[in-house]
Each structure stands twice: as C-alpha cells, then as structure tokens.
Design a protein around this ligand. Structure first.
Ligand code: PLP
Length: 428
C-alpha cells in the first residue's frame, strides 16, 4: 500500500490543493511542489505542448494517456501523514492525478500559473467571481457577456451586496472613468460570444493594474491557442472547457487559470465551494485537447469560407466575424489574436417569422442548439437587444449565430443556399 501511495503522490505532485481547514476552521496554507511544467527545461512550441502537457508516462507504468482515478476516500499511511498534511492527494473532491493532469495541461496552454477545474463553464465564471468578490465590492462587467454569466451577476451577486456595473465592451482605456475605490474586478469576454465585440484587453489591463483591480477574462472563443491571456495582462482566465477543449459535444466542464498572485484566493474559493469536475469527463477532455490545434485550424478555415460566402449573399445584411476586415474591431483582433475559431454571427435582412422558420427548420447539416465547439455545425437565433443594459443593440435584422463544424465546407454552403431558397419561397 505504501508503494501505491508513493506512486499516487508522484503522479499527483504537480498541482495539489494547497489549503486546508485548521482545527479552528481557519484556512491554512502549506507549501506545494512546483507544477511539472515549471520544471520543464525545454521551451516547447504550442503544437508540441498540446501533445505533452499534463502527461507523465514515467509515473504511470509507461501508459501514454493519464489514467482515470475514481476516488472519494484517499488513505494516509500513518497518523503522522494525516497531521503533516503534505500528501498531495487528500480527497476526491480536491482532485486526483487525473484532475491534476488536465489542470497542468490547461495552465500550460493558457500560459498561466495554475488551473482548477469546475463542473461547467458557467461554474468557472461563478466560482471565479465568488472567490474574489465580497459584499461592498464593485464589479465592472462587459455588456457583451454570455447571458447566463449576466444572470448570475443580477440574481446572485447583487443579492449579496456586490455592485455590478455593465460597461460598453468597446470602452478600452476609457474604463478608467468607471473605477471606484471599491472596484475589485473587471470582467471581460473577448470577443463576446454572440455579438463578437473584440475588447482592448491590453488597454483595460493597464488601467486595472494601475488601480489594483483584478482583470478577469472569459477566453472561451479563442481557446488557449489563439489568445494568450497572461501575455496580455489578464489575471484570471476562464474557459468553458465544454466548447473547444472537449470538442465533441458530450462533456460539461470549465477551468479557471490564474497568475501566481491571484492563485491563493482562487484556490480557496474553489475549495470552499466544492465545484469539482468528474474523472471520466476529465479523461474525455484530456483526449480532446490532443487534437485541439488541428481541429481549430479547420474550424477557422471553414468559418472563414462560410463568412466570405455569406458576405456576398443578398439575404445577409452583415457578417459579424472578427477576422473579416469589415469587422469594426478587426485591427484589435489582428494585433492580439493568432487565429479565429469557428463561431461567428450574421445579421439577416429583415424577413418574416415564416421565412426565418423555413430557412432554419429545413437545414440538414446545421443543427439548431446551444453550445458550440464540437465537431458539428450549428446555427441558432439570438436576441441581443433584449439583454443589453449599458449599450443598445439596434440592428433591425435577425441575428443568427453559426458554428462552423468539421464537415466539408462546400456541403455546408449548399445547406445554407437551399435554406435561403426556402426563405425566398416562404417570403412569397
Ligand atoms: C458556453 C459558454 C460558457 C458556459 O459554459 P457551460 O459549460 O455551458 O456552462 C461560458 N462562457 C462562454 C463564452 C460560453 O460560450
């Protein structure tokens, strides 16, 4: 048993929970071993990291993929070990070597200090906010934020006496005027996952850091591959792992990755809230991330092909894709991002409900459903005008959000083309 405990300790040594509740229920900290990626000497390029990150075959009998540990109870060999609290794996909720493997991999890909996993992307948003905010604090929240994140602010944070103020996503350095003495954090989502405003993260980071304010970012759209949050001044980066990191539309998960300075509070909040992810799901994501680069490249190419084709269609008033020069924030996207994912929106020319239904209901390849980031193409109507409070969404036409999947792009175009023909027929 001792041997197996030692093995577990070794495989899990990379990212153990570092806090514990003392006898009098105060949080105490213990030193933790350096994450494995910080011990790595070789500076690897991104595509190599995608293959190696979070893996330690040497500690796992040579097995290539990290194994799935199912655990609640973890045994201690002696009372000495119980009291010392230095054992890296302590309890299922606080993570097993499976958990640590994915946490290490995500931290390394995002370029942050360490990561924790949560049972959904929304739980990553709520856990990060709850970990850092307290009653009386002021939070600046982008008006373009993912709607359930806004719902959490309005229904939960406000109820706990946290002042949430929405701001124009295009505010840039102008956010300085909104900073108050009690401002604790600025939350960004770039680009917004429905309306695709690209935020000037470096300009916002400069203001945040001069004012001692924490900068959080939902980095789901670009994934860790196409936007490096920590190189642009972000302190806390959130991924809906559900999307591209999983990549197969069958897992819910989130991650929070932070700088070293923001780590302790994040970890304490995550531990206190008990928002842990499940081992089989983690295993599926560990599989999914190994193909992230090749998948994303294809999502990007197909997304661009669809976007260009749609831009030439008379039924489309506007294509809202940050990688198109016609996008108002294209210059910021080009400066800060190294690629585009497969998610973008279009605004249709005004049409009847009947015509819209004829377009959408008859599509063969584009499924109608929420979420995105899987291998299949999706389309969904969106209604940003109903959600905004700091800015106004005035577009007259229906917004449709598309996710370009891994199908043949010409087949996807044919599917949309037939949809537009149905739209015309229904318009009469
Ligand atoms: C989907 C999504 C989330 C939430 O992720 P879930 O896993 O669905 O809870 C958060 N932020 C963005 C930008 C998303 O697209």
């Amino acid at each position: 048993m001792l041997d197996s405990l030692r093995l577990t300790a070794r495989t899990g040594s990379a990212n153990p929970y570092a806090f514990y509740l003392d006898g009098d229920f105060t949080l105490k900290w213990r030193p933790v071993p350096e994450p494995r990626h910080e011990q790595n000497r070789m500076k690897k390029k991104q595509d190599t990291l995608i293959v190696t990150a979070g893996r330690d075959p040497e500690a796992n009998f040579g097995i290539v993929n990290p194994p799935v540990y199912h655990a609640s109870t973890v045994l201690y060999p002696t009372i000495e070990a119980v009291k010392a609290r230095t054992q890296p794996v302590t309890y299922g909720r606080r993570g097993t070597p499976t958990t640590f493997a994915l946490q290490d991999a995500i931290a390394e890909l995002e370029g942050g200090y360490r990561s924790v996993l949560t049972p959904s992307g929304l739980a990553a948003v709520t856990t990060a906010l709850l970990a850092h905010l307290k009653t009386g604090d002021h939070l600046l929240m982008t008006d373009s934020v993912y709607e359930p994140s806004r719902h959490f602010c309005d229904k939960v944070l406000m109820r706990y006496g946290i002042a949430v103020e929405y701001y124009d996503p295009r505010i840039g350095a102008g956010i300085e005027k909104l900073i108050r003495p009690e401002t604790k954090a600025i939350f960004t989502e770039s680009p917004g996952s429905v309306t695709f405003e690209v935020q000037d993260i470096p300009a916002i980071a400069d203001v945040a850091h001069l004012s001692g304010v924490l900068l959080m970012m939902d980095n789901t759209w670009a994934s860790p591959l196409y936007f490096k949050p920590f190189e642009h001044g972000v302190d806390v980066s959130i991924q809906a792992v559900t999307k591209y990191l999983c990549g197969h539309s069958d897992v819910m998960m989130g991650s929070i990755t932070t700088t070293e300075a923001a780590w302790k509070e994040t970890l304490a909040g995550h531990g206190a809230l008990g928002t842990c992810a499940a081992p089989d799901d983690i295993y599926l994501v560990l599989r999914g991330i190994r193909t992230l680069s090749v998948r994303l490249e294809r999502h990007m190419q197909t997304g661009l092909k669809l976007a260009h084709w749609l831009a030439g269609r008379p039924e489309v008033a506007r294509v809202i894709h940050p990688a198109l020069p016609s996008h108002p924030d294209h210059a910021i996207w080009k400066r800060d991002f190294t690629g585009a994912s497969g998610l973008f929106s279009i605004e249709l020319q005004p049409c009847s409900d009947k015509a819209l239904a004829a377009l959408l209901d008859g599509l063969e390849l584009f499924g109608m459903g929420y979420s995105w980031g899987g291998f299949e193409s999706l389309i969904i109507p969106q209604y940003p005008a109903k959600i905004r409070t700091a800015t106004r969404w005035t577009a007259a036409g229906q917004i449709l959000r598309l996710h370009a999947g891994l199908e043949d792009p010409d087949d996807l175009i044919a599917d949309l083309k037939a949809g537009f023909e149905r739209l015309h027929a229904a318009n009469g």
